[in-house]
Design a binder for this molecule. Structure first.
Ligand code: FAD
Ligand code: DHB
Length: 388
């Protein structure tokens, strides 16, 4: 088999890239290790930036997002029981959208099915060959049979644990990493959210986040230790631990109920650069990870894909490789700023150490954020998404 671009991974990065390439008549095949249902079942991102919305529109899959997504004009931060509001709309003129990653994934999968573009799910042992030469190939197995696709380019969109980044010789890639000694325990429940806006909570017992998917479906997270076992967190224990971290009003409004999903996510900052080796281009979590505080992961995957799609269109339609040659540099300029912001939100809002000095610094940071219009504007600019 032959195609122009083989895309490894059917997460948001791979599916969005496939859709944008298809719009420009660039043939592509997506290879995904899991089943489509498994990919659809992963509850992750909830907040998307204006620029990501625009890109979903450009890919022709934005209709349901506009109909069902919740536009948020601000966010609330609760510090030791007192809530403060920051208005994106007033500070930047922009807003964000609450629309779940599962819904975006479904819209992208439906869009791909509607145009009949090929995807192979349950593809095992995916491996990229000859990526440093002009004629790369990607092999994989389905039900024990080996297949091979020759192509012009390989897009590594297979997340942090995928094979794409690992296909690059160690000497050709630098990695930067910070691992935080904590995780997020998340619960999804069909109960009304405590507030119309997200509440990020800094509390001596640890961070918490009150988020949502719809007016009747809530998403809550609490900071937990990495050693926690999900089995030792029955729903009742989760609600009991969330409640004392909230302010009085939120505590009174909290409606508890059975969880429909529960998971633990470790927190990590990671960047691999450059995001290219020969004819292999990395995009999204395959190249970088941010801790979830700040809601930047999916949005960064989308901005990588925007740069990469435009560079590939330039290659095929204008016979210019300038975009491909600048891809890594352009993408990383945005990535590092989101790394900084996510690191800042994480270290400012979590219980990171037992040293009271760190705690007082957090309070000073947050007090400055609430009192200074300059600091609030810088926060809002980063939260709604920096321009491309
Ligand atoms: P992935 O979604 O990881 O997709 C990679 C795909 O590749 C997967 O389907 C995987 O099965 C497949 N794959 C892996 N290995 C192989 C292989 N060997 N062969 C073939 N396929 C393979 N981001 C935000 O922007 N906003 C938020 O509010 C937000 N909240 C989050 C909350 C939590 C709790 C977590 C965990 C993450 C959150 N994120 C958020 C981050 C966001 O979910 C990720 O950044 C996003 O999924 C990255 O998309 P991706 O396509 O690059 O990678
Ligand atoms: C959600 C996740 C985040 O990481 C975040 O910062 C905000 C919201 C969510 O899942 O709703």
């Amino acid at each position: 088999m032959r195609t122009q671009v083989v895309i490894i991974g059917a997460g948001p990065a791979g599916l969005l890239l496939g859709q944008l390439l298809h719009k420009h008549s660039i043939a592509n095949v997506i290879l995904e290790r899991q089943t489509a249902d498994h990919v659809l079942g992963r509850v992750r991102a909830g907040v998307i930036e204006q620029v990501t919305m625009n890109l979903l529109d450009e890919a022709g899959v934005g209709a349901r997002m506009h109909a069902d997504g919740l536009v948020h004009e601000g966010v609330q931060i609760c510090v030791d029981g007192t809530r403060h509001r920051l208005s994106f709309k007033e500070l930047t003129g922009k807003t964000v959208m609450v629309y779940g990653q599962t819904e975006i994934t479904k819209d992208l999968m439906d869009g791909r099915a509607a145009v009949g573009a090929p995807s192979v799910y349950s593809a095992q042992d995916v491996s990229a060959h000859d990526i440093s030469g002009d004629k790369p190939r990607v092999s994989y197995q389905v039900e024990g049979n080996t297949h091979e696709i020759s192509c012009d380019f390989v897009a590594g969109c297979d997340g942090f644990h995928g094979i794409s980044r690992k296909s690059i010789p160690e000497s050709a890639i630098d990695t930067y990493e910070r691992v935080y000694p904590l995780g997020w325990l998340g619960v999804l429940s069909d109960t009304p959210p405590v507030s119309e806006e997200l509440i990020y909570v800094r509390h001596p017992r640890g961070f918490a986040l009150c988020s949502m998917r719809t007016p009747t479906r809530s998403r809550y997270y609490i900071q937990c230790s990495l050693a926690e076992d999900i089995e030792s967190w029955p729903d009742e224990r989760f609600w009991q631990e969330l409640k004392p971290r909230l302010d009085e009003e939120a505590r009174e409004r909290l409606v508890t109920g059975p969880s429909i999903e529960k998971s633990i996510a470790p927190l990590r900052s990671f960047v691999a650069e450059p995001m290219r080796f020969g004819r292999l281009f990395l995009a999204g979590d395959a190249a970088h990870i941010v801790p979830p505080t700040g809601a930047k992961g999916l949005n960064l995957a989308a901005s990588d894909v925007r740069y990469l799609a435009r560079a590939l269109v330039e290659h095929y339609q204008e016979r210019s490789d300038a975009g491909l040659d600048h891809y890594s540099e352009r993408a990383l300029a945005r990535v590092w700023k989101a790394e900084r912001f996510s690191w800042w939100m994480t270290t400012t809002l979590h219980k990171i150490s037992d040293n009271p000095f760190d705690y007082r610094l957090q309070l000073a940071e947050l007090d400055y954020l609430f009192r200074s219009k300059a600091a609030a504007t810088a926060f809002a600019e980063n939260y709604v998404g920096l321009p491309y």
